[in-house]
Design a protein around this ligand. Sequence first.
Ligand code: GLN
Length: 446
Amino acid sequence: ASYKQIHNVDDKVQAFLTLDEENARAYAKQLDETIGVEKEHGLLFGLPIGVKDNIVTKGIRTTCASKILGNFDPIYDATVVQKLQAAQTVTIGKLNMDEFAMGSSNENSAFAATRNPWDLDRVPGGSSGGSAAAVAAGEVFFSLGSDTGGSIRQPAAFCGVVGLKPTYGRVSRYGLVAFASSLDQIGPITRTVEDNAYLLQAISGLDPMDSTSANAEVPDFLSSLTGDIQGLKIAVPKEYLGEGVSEEVRQSVLDALKVLEAQGATWDEVSLPHSKYALATYYLLSSSEASANLARFDGVRYGYRTDNAKNLIDMYKQTRSEGFGPEVKRRIMLGTFALSSGYYDAYYIKAQKVRTLIKEDFEKVFENYDVIVGPTTPTPAFKVGEKVNDPLTMYANDILTIPVNLAGVPAISVPGGFVNGLPVGLQIIGKHFDESTIYRVAHAFE
Ligand code: GLN
């Protein structure tokens, strides 16, 4: 059914970069044969899943939507992919994204621009646009995305699905092609909150292969879906309903708060005073980390190599000039500049300090509240081509998702109504390692 739907709609939606149909069908058949034979099955037995193309899959091309990895076949599976295998999902294929996860619209893919299934003239969001669109279009039951500054939550909001960025360290990054290692997290994109809890359950946990994965207990996320939010205390940051946020989106958040109030929760307005510095801090730190991480793509170790080099240095230069797209080059230049001697203290160190202040803003609010609620994005999905020539406007779209990554806390986007026929997302932010409370609230709201 999954492939049937893909063959029906994916020439329009363009969510997939690679399909693994023959192997997937063979594996599904193999799973079928265990029914009635094996006593126990995996947690997600037989369910079709799509995987973002920056998560490595052994023997299945993994491109990061970049020409530089256009012909790259990984020799190992990411930890999350191994965990999916243990849960017995069927991997349907690899999903389109902005090149190296840099972008908010999927228009930075070197191969195709995924479209929003709700309106094909609009973007699905990014960078996990393929992951969100595939779920929204019914091509897969669920998918994995990655979120460095909003890349799971923003496309989930634009496509009317559920997307969670787990606490930094909750899910192993081993086998996730690094963009900004101190911010990146893999997470689930699904149709319902319950599906989301199932998928997070399957992929969470300490991993000796990722030194930043956390030795935190993995609770039973499903048991938090009680529907009971009586007495829950919600904080609503005034910075998240202020300037730049459209009136309709603001109204949809206020409506959502009424729904939660009716179930016994209370809410107050609070302040996250350093929010206004989050965008600048994020683009400085993420680009710095990216410039170091992407140094490995040199034509020697992975993927693409130029045909017309005169010598070794020229080979590096030509390979990277031909292999990377414009946005990736912009980030590498920005990051290299910020890290260069003479500028390092003024930019990189300064941004690290501001990051701490942003994290402390969250900690202070969480002393008195269970969750923070606000919009996921300032507006619903924008038109294809609308922001593509204006990187700063494109960056501003992430203003409400980025602080969460800087603080390392978990957050979900759930469908929060419609504006002019387009879905908008409600963002629920939780304390470190408290995805359970996020799920409890999201499920009560759903
Ligand atoms: N849109 C943001 C960026 O371009 C976030 C991307 C992400 O979360 N991977 O960096």
